[in-house]
Design a protein around this ligand. Sequence first.
Ligand code: HEM
Length: 227
Amino acid sequence: MRSRLRRALHEWAWHRNTDRELLPARTAGVELQNSIRPMIAVARFVAFAAKELHDRPEWRDRIAAETAERGSLVSGPLATAFAQEIRRTAPIVPMLPGRAIADIELEGEKVTAGGRVVLDILGTNTDELSWERADEFDPARFVGVEDYESLTAFIPHGGADVASGHRCPGEKLAIAGMAAAVATLSDPRIAIAGTGLEVNRRRLPTKPASGGRVRSADASASRCPFR
Ligand code: HEM
């Protein structure tokens, strides 16, 4: 990890733009930070997964059984469904602000060019007109859903089409990482601490207070079971 970070630092420090000029130090720093920032955001979702798995031992058992049967921590259908329900409900990025680039009309509301538009991400993901039992945490709603991008009210990483718009191109990576983390956290050799899981919804971005703490379920074990 250390050497990879050093390489990223080297890449951005010496990156040249199309005019062969070095980037301003601030831009290079922002780009360096962009190399790790998205995955740090994924870690917040994983902290919410730790909380929800702790509160739902029956889902942990089901996911652990799925992982054992498949012999893989990657891409389990139940683990993926759990990850999708975390993305639907966790209030990490509750809204996305932007500015209109032209005069537009949105559902009867006129917005002039330069005007502020706020996309209500959490409100859309939990809108009772679009979702059955919208307030209920139920990963089963995503079991068998392959084409999640066709769900227009499911926009945790922005809306519309990734190829022609600004929808997050890292969405599939985030889902894959989260599903692997959900499978790992469901392993019976891991214990999820029940303290520090409360969420302050007045913070932005927010997370379970502790970030989700785990330890070996076997108190005498001195090594990570996944080592
Ligand atoms: C918790 C994880 C993540 C969340 C919540 C998230 C969310 C978002 C959102 C809301 C947007 C803006 C969409 C819009 O303007 O309509 C976006 C854009 C973007 N995301 Fe993510 N993202 C995450 C992870 C990632 C990852 C893992 C990557 C890449 C490895 C990534 C790369 C990008 C890029 C490059 C854009 C700019 C797209 C553009 O403007 O065309 N994101 N993301």
